[in-house]
Write a protein that binds this ligand. Sequence first.
Ligand code: ZN
Ligand code: ZN
Length: 270
Amino acid sequence: MGNSRLTGDFHTHCRFSTDSDAAPEAMCEAAIARGLTEICFTDHQDLGFAEPGWFRFDPDAYFKELEAVKRAYAGRLKVHIGVELGLVPDDPRLAREAEALARDYPWEFIIGSTHLIPVWIGGRKYYADPADPRDSARSWRHFPSVRALMTVYFETVLKNLEQFDCFHTLGHIDYMCRYQPGTLQPYRYEEHAEQIDRILRTAIAKGVAVEVNTGGLYKGTGNTNPEERIIRRYLELGGKRLSYGSDAHRPEHVGYGFERLPDYGRSRSG
Ligand SMILES: [Zn+2]
Ligand SMILES: [Zn+2]
């Protein structure tokens, strides 16, 4: 059964993200062409990268430009101004920065995402992103198996969820598997059931939504992030809040695969 009720894409990027050069207007036009009535921009503010300016933007410039886009599309498309906050745990300075960023601007929607996992090299801990071509070899090479890496990933997601109170939805909770080398077997829910259930139960207890991210349908494993099995488990545990997003960084991916998603019933966007 397809899901024809989804009318908003609540995870999109434009040229304010380090990894996108899309004009916001082009993303809006794509949303309209897809029959959507709402789009939310959620550009990257990833707080854990060491490089200055990497996956950061100037919120004042962002609001100024997107407020103008919002006005230009009024009556045709509802444009929301959000952010994808990339988080790392156990760092009080970053935690204060994230909370302040969330508080000081009128974001309509905040996704809390885990893109970085701790790796130990030469006795020093640092955070690596497997989607970053400079890091992918490092992050995968330092784990003996997919299972070991995903265990660390889910542990990091859980810590971020426990330590931060500044986001509305938990982004793509198995993001790491999107970029794993194709030669490796993907993780299975059953191998991580205890960890994943803890994440889902904690999200429910905190009133944080869980995201159905269709990015994995056009890059990576061919599944949504997370896959249907895990969304069903979330609903089974009593979860009632889902958000939906394509993770589009280009116009052609806005609303990608929404028509193929199962109807999860009580879910809603945003
Ligand atoms: Zn992300
Ligand atoms: Zn994203």
